[in-house]
Design a binder for this molecule. Structure first.
Ligand code: PBG
Length: 324
């Protein structure tokens, strides 16, 4: 390789067109997944203070916003439900007429080609806010995964294309795969939150859906931020149990983990730019300290570069419009 002055890397940076021509990492609207909050308590829409631009939506407002996302080129949405009723065991999570199940039916009839992904977890449905069944202060693994399988089947029966378990119980992907197959839903895919850390970056989300645990924390099931070998084991187990897509979450503080998982397994890989990552950038932008859309675009591009095929981001629609 020859050096300076024959080689001048600035030659290909001189104009926007040259830069575009040699960009290594493509990014387009179809790489983005838009997370949305649908609420049974909502007649219209209400803002989430810590997530500027993100609202809790009634089913009809959800449909309207999903159509706007579709028109901007976004091809997938990830649904989170806020139910009217919560109890000890999260009974409303698997109800055929639950908020998510009704929302999925509406979305699939209004925008049939939209890929509808549903979050599968109990924390939005339990009175204590934990992601599973609790007894004597313990989150029980094996009882929880049966309930998660029932929840996933009810989402699939409503028409969900992909179910996305985010609870971090052991064996849940296998239980969900068996449940789906047993119900004749072998075409429904599983996007596993395979590598989900016990993170401080979920704060705004927990405010949005009111799912902060009423006692203790989630360290008994979510991963230690210091671990990466364990992330590889989690991903391997989920693949073995039938996961179609792996996810790493959060995204930006865990790019090394994302790269490791992608290189090791080479399967479709998603990363979740979580509520706290989004809120930080929006908050700084509101103070005029950074250009929020530019910073979000850069962060999402970096997440793609690190190995994500899909990026789940609350900025999906704004970014898709800028990318168009
Ligand atoms: C539910 C769930 C959480 C998120 C996605 N699914 C919260 C949590 O684990 O406490 C966080 C998403 C975000 O912060 O944007 N288990």
């Amino acid at each position: 390789m020859t050096g300076f002055p024959t080689t001048r890397l600035r030659r290909l940076r001189r104009t926007g067109m040259l830069r575009e021509l040699v960009r290594e990492t493509p990014l387009g609207p179809a790489d983005l997944i838009y997370p949305m909050f649908v609420s049974e308590l909502e007649a219209g829409r209400s803002p989430i203070a810590s997530m500027p631009g993100v609202d809790r939506l009634s089913i009809s407002e959800l449909t309207r916003d999903a159509l706007a996302a579709w028109e901007a080129g976004v091809r997938g949405v990830l649904l989170f439900g806020i139910p009217r009723e919560r109890d000890e065991v999260g009974s409303s999570a698997a109800a055929a007429d639950g908020i998510v199940q009704r929302a999925v039916r509406q979305l699939k009839s209004s925008i049939p080609e939209l890929v509808v992904i549903t979050d599968v977890c109990l924390c939005e449905y339990t009175s204590h806010g934990h992601c599973g069944i609790v007894r004597d202060g313990e989150v029980l693994n094996d009882e929880t995964i049966e309930r998660l399988a029932a929840q996933a089947v009810s989402h699939a029966e409503a028409g969900a294309d992909i179910v996305a378990p985010s609870d971090m119980m052991d064996g849940r992907v296998g239980a969900i795969r068996a449940g789906l197959d047993g119900a004749g839903m072998e075409a429904t895919a599983i996007l596993s939150y395979a590598v989900k850390y016990a993170s401080a970056f979920y704060g705004p989300f927990r405010e949005a859906v009111d799912s902060a645990p009423r006692f203790g924390d989630r360290r008994g099931y979510q991963m230690d931020p210091g671990n990466v070998l364990e992330a590889v084991r989690e991903a391997a187990l989920d693949l073995q149990e039938g996961a179609d897509i792996l996810m790493v979450k959060p995204a930006l503080p865990y790019l090394d983990v994302l790269r490791r998982v992608k290189e090791r397994f080479g399967v479709p890989t998603a990363a979740y730019q979580v509520s706290g990552e989004y809120a930080m950038l929006r908050a700084a932008a509101e103070r005029g300290w950074i250009d929020g859309d530019a910073a979000l675009m850069e962060a999402v591009l970096a997440i793609r570069r690190a190995g994500a095929d899909l990026v789940i981001t609350y900025a999906a629609v704004e970014l898709a419009r800028r990318l168009a």
